[in-house]
Structure formats: C-alpha cells, structure tokens
Design a protein around this ligand. Sequence first.
Ligand SMILES: [Zn+2]
Ligand SMILES: [Zn+2]
Length: 143
Amino acid sequence: MGELANCPNCNALFVQGIRDICQDCYKIEEQAFRTVYDFIKQRKNRQATIAQIVEATEVDEELIMKFVKEKRLRASQFPNLTYPCEKCGKGINDGILCGSCSSELVNDLQTQEKIDQVSARNKQQEQSESHTYVSYHKNRNNY
Ligand SMILES: [Zn+2]
Ligand SMILES: [Zn+2]
C-alpha cells in the first residue's frame, strides 16, 4: 500500500508506490524516454550531447539528465551524455560532482579534520599551561 502524495511534476494527488511521480507523468516520461532512446540508439547519434538531443527530440533537458542519473541512458554507451558538475559545471555522467571537485571535497574535509585536531590540542596545551601558571603563582605566594 502506498501513501497519497502530490506529484512533484504536476502536483496531482496520486498513490505513491515504486514511482515518485503520478501515472500520467510516468507515461509522459516513458514516452519521452522512448523518443530520446530511439534517437540516440541510431549509430550516427551515439555521440550526441544532451543539448543536441533536446534540439532533435524536444524532450526537456532536465528529463534527459534524469535518465542519465538513473542510468537508463548509460554514458558507457553514449559518451557525450553528460550533465554539469554541481560545483564547477564540468560535464559528468556519474554522481553529482566531477572527479576533481569530489577529491577536492575530500581534501577539504581532511583539512578541516586536521584543523580541528590541532585546535583541540592547542586548547589542551593552553589549559595545562594556565594550570602551571596558576600553580607557579600559588607557590610564589607561599613565600
Ligand atoms: Zn504528475
Ligand atoms: Zn567539478
């Protein structure tokens, strides 16, 4: 049993099941997929970019990108089916970031971790230093 939800495409109420869009939109999407697939499976169109497919089939660019992201259109078969990296806009066909942006992201995270470690250590040191300082003064006051 699915739950009632609003279709993200057309806002119609539908029963959410295996699909995240309503039956009508699903049919339209399937139709669009066939159109795109029929176009690109032709040998001369194998190298087509998304922009060229949009021009030839009049299918929404976003929809084509969705097919690529869902891997219904495979970049291994159609090498120019790429969508922009969310960070730098370079054409990619897997994930949301290109190779260099995602390794940059990992580096950033690692750097942040190191910074955190160092500042934690500094804090510890500060605490022990101020502790020594205090005890030094105490000792002096004892004289
Ligand atoms: Zn819909
Ligand atoms: Zn990038």
